[in-house]
Design a protein around this ligand. Structure first.
Ligand code: F6P
Length: 365
């Protein structure tokens, strides 16, 4: 099979995260070094395929990018290639399947296989595009760590390190002012970042989407802490956390995005409710995009390099439409079709949650 692949393309889709460049580098260097094949870089994810914006990647293009955050190719989390908004003759927005245009672009460049680095949105679109015409291999990225099929995505470790550092810093100011500090972290519908950063930062309360909380339980816990002489409390809350019987807080909706809802604002809401209920000073901090930026940790560089290398090896061995994954500390792969449209949540019976509970962390339930 190996002799058939002469040209490949690589793209980064969805929200960026630290480690994307490390994958691009691993794919390109292995392709050039080991197999002597040509690599195209697609700009801005699926949008770049639709708009035919590709550039050749040389060995030099991918040198000294291992430690750099973001992506040299650009990314995009609003383009769905099979449901793309275009204006009809009377100026109305209608949705068009752009698969044929994508295949045409890739055929023009004689691309035999496409490596898609992305999260669940990208993999869902990739699974639809993949087929007879095109071999696709996915590489799992996202700070949210919510991609089904893999134990870890790269980008997550760096986001957790950033959030933990922030919690450490917020603890000293919360302690100095005897305040309640509510720290909101990203993660969409999964609580992985909140759970890991909350535990690593020694948060007193961790609120995640998987365990809806009760405001009175959180307030009782704060009162209890005050009785123990603890005059401040750190609450790490996932952006997707919600009260029992309540709704997630939506910051905005993004028109035409495959996943239109953007969460955010729970920390503000919760800090206000706690102040009202307890009459104690509470402040909120939303860490936001800082979690997606910066230099990848050593862990993420290693994972991203292993994933990129494995993706290229799958392509060269003739595999099609699979996602590279990390399962039980081993790199393997699963069919892309199995991953599409699924979210990997924190199991509520996980040993990590148990350990956190047993060191007296409150989950608000
Ligand atoms: O999926 C990564 C992520 O950062 C989520 O944690 C967050 O909810 C979302 O992307 C924000 O999306 P956007 O970049 O469109 O605001």
């Amino acid at each position: 099979m190996a002799h058939k692949i002469k040209t490949i393309a690589v793209m980064t889709g969805g929200g960026d995260c630290p480690g994307l460049n490390a994958v691009i580098r691993a794919v390109t260097k292995t392709a050039i070094n080991k197999y002597g094949i040509k690599v195209w870089g697609i700009e801005d994810g699926f949008l770049g395929i639709i708009e035919n914006r590709l550039r050749p990647l040389s060995y030099k293009d991918v040198s000294h990018i291992l430690e750099v955050g973001g992506t040299i190719l650009g990314s995009n989390n609003t383009t769905n290639p099979t449901k793309y908004p275009v204006k009809n003759k009377i100026g109305e927005v209608v949705f068009k399947d752009m698969s044929k245009e994508c295949y045409r672009t890739l055929r023009q460049k004689k691309i035999d296989a496409l490596i898609c680095i992305g999260g669940d949105g990208t993999m869902t679109s990739a699974a639809k595009l993949a087929g007879k015409e095109l071999a696709i291999i996915g590489v799992p990225k996202t700070i949210d760590n919510d991609l089904w099929g893999t134990d870890f995505t790269f980008g997550f470790n760096t986001a957790v390190a950033t959030a933990t550092d922030a919690i450490d810093k917020l603890r000293t100011t919360a302690s100095a002012h005897h305040r309640i500090m509510v720290v909101e972290v990203m993660g969409r519908y999964a609580g992985w970042i909140a759970l890991y950063a909350g535990i690593a930062g020694g948060s007193d309360v961790i609120l995640i989407p998987e365990i809806p909380y009760k405001l009175d339980k959180v307030c009782d816990f704060i009162k209890q802490r005050n009785k123990w002489g603890k005059t401040y409390t750190i609450i790490t809350v996932a952006e997707g956390a919600k009260e029992v019987g309540g709704e997630m807080v939506v910051r905005r909706t993004v028109a035409y995005s495959p996943e239109a809802i953007r969460l955010g604002g729970i920390a503000d809401k919760l800090a206000g409710q706690i102040e009202m209920t307890l009459g104690l000073e509470a402040r909120s901090v939303t860490l936001g995009y800082v979690q997606r930026g910066g230099r990848p940790t050593a862990h993420d560089r290693v994972l991203a390099t292993s994933f990129g290398h494995a993706a290229l090896e799958l392509v060269m061995s003739g595999q099609k439409n699979r996602l590279v994954v990390l399962k039980n500390n081993k790199i393997s792969s699963v069919p892309l079709s199995q991953v599409a449209g699924k979210v990997r949540n924190v199991p509520v019976d996980s040993s990590l949650i148990l350990a956190a509970r047993e060191v007296n962390t409150c989950f608000g339930d």
